[in-house]
Design a protein around this ligand. Structure first.
Ligand code: AR6
Length: 378
């Protein structure tokens, strides 16, 4: 099962276990530790007193008391002393030990704060890298839903170089909704006002004839905007309708294709294409859904229903897991009725990662989260 970064106080998460960033006494403190003890009530401190403390890098488990979780796993992160004093090793151990305890107690879901990244001073971007890396390693062999909770989104921190590059890419490519639609509608209105180009001069489909005829009159950008908008609005029904319209245009007097014939021609579905691509890549199903950060149950639903319609983040998660180049990713998305456009920051971020050949779903999700977008997978 997947890893999800969420914007929520850890004390409010409904899951089997939450992890506390504690100190070696396990007797409470400030930060997340204080918040957990306050929300859990006195019973938690009473039980903690029986535990005899905890070493740095290790973890111990108690009940959840008044919290909306069954267990609290208390782990003690390292204090940051510049990074040369075994901090990373100890921090990794906190995540591993906590996840092992969660497993021993049959937890199906567990939520972490960013251990050591507050009072203990571990740089947040480095702390996040360690957290994501250790959790991802654990999820290769185990099925669990793991959250990383950020109480305050403003403290969220991805690598500053990546942040800068992404911001620039978004600035260069983003066309806000209004600007985008204004340009597109102006171009479409002008195209509509002009006569339909002659079929002999501009053979091919109606849309491509129009495109070639007006390519002198409109900039490439305007046509791309139209195409993008059309892509955006397309779903399988629209595609079918377009095909029917094409048929009626080309055979004005004798429409030979009935709707039934057309329906019979619906080609490969999303799930069929997905399964075919998994085979072509020589991947196993498990490798693919894990790499897509997708829950096993959701994958079996997709596998058993050839007409399954995934959400857009799910469809993209599979395109990423399969490491599809942009055009192939768009093909897969289209099977689910979606497109990538420059009117959405989410789409631009996805495009950025695909174009840069970075198919690490956790890194993509970190970036999406940093830019306040929904993340991929479940
Ligand atoms: N939910 C999720 N994250 C939170 C919350 C919350 N409610 N509150 C704070 N954070 P810290 P540490 C984030 O200082 O660095 C205690 O006194 C916070 O923004 O709680 O491991 C203990 O007793 C930060 O990113 O833990 C220890 O003495 C992260 O949680 C010492 O602090 C961890 O911050 C442990 O220090």
């Amino acid at each position: 099962m997947p890893l999800k970064i969420i914007n929520e106080s850890i004390t409010r998460i409904h899951c089997d276990a939450i992890v506390n960033a504690a100190n070696r006494t396990l007797l409470g403190g400030g930060g997340v530790d204080g918040a957990i003890h306050r929300a859990a009530g006195e019973g938690l401190l009473k039980e903690c007193k029986t535990l005899g403390g905890c070493d740095t890098g290790d973890a111990k488990i108690t009940g959840g008391y008044d919290l909306p979780c069954r267990f609290v796993i208390h782990t003690v992160g390292p204090v940051w002393h510049g990074g040369e004093n075994g901090e990373e090793k100890l921090l990794r151990s906190c995540y591993r030990r906590s996840l092992e305890l969660a497993l021993e107690h049959d937890c199906e879901s567990v939520a972490f704060p960013l251990i050591s990244s507050g009072v203990y001073g571990y740089p947040k971007d480095k702390a996040l890298d360690v957290a994501v890396d250790e959790i991802a390693k654990f999820l290769i062999d185990h099925d669990m839903l793991v959250y990383i909770a950020f109480f305050d989104r403003s403290v969220y921190c991805i690598d500053s170089d990546l942040y800068r590059k992404l911001s620039r890419y978004i600035d260069e490519n983003y066309r806000g909704f209004n600007e985008y639609h204004y340009a597109a509608h102006a171009a479409m209105a002008a195209a509509d006002a002009a006569p339909m180009p002659d079929k002999k001069m501009f053979p091919g489909k109606r849309s491509s004839r129009r495109k070639s005829a007006f390519s002198g009159a409109f900039s490439k950008v305007e046509f791309d905007v139209i195409e993008d908008i059309k892509d955006n609005e397309e779903n399988s029904d629209d595609i079918l309708q377009e095909q029917v319209l094409e048929a009626s245009y080309d055979n004005a007097s004798k429409v030979t294709l009935s709707l039934k014939d057309m329906l019979g021609q619906i080609d490969e579905s999303f799930s069929e294409m997905l399964l075919r691509k998994i085979d072509e890549k020589g991947m196993t199903d498990v490798e693919c859904y894990k790499k897509a950060n997708i829950d096993r149950k959701l994958f079996s639903k997709i596998r058993s229903d050839r007409l399954y319609k995934p959400s857009k983040p799910t469809a993209i998660a599979f395109a990423v897991a399969l490491e599809l180049p942009l055009e192939e990713a768009k093909d897969l998305l289209m099977k689910a009725g979606f497109a990538l456009s420059h009117s959405s920051k989410f789409d631009i971020i996805i495009e950025y990662f695909i174009n840069n050949g970075n198919y690490n779903i956790y890194e993509i999700n970190e970036a999406l989260f940093a830019f306040d977008q929904v993340t991929l997978g479940v």
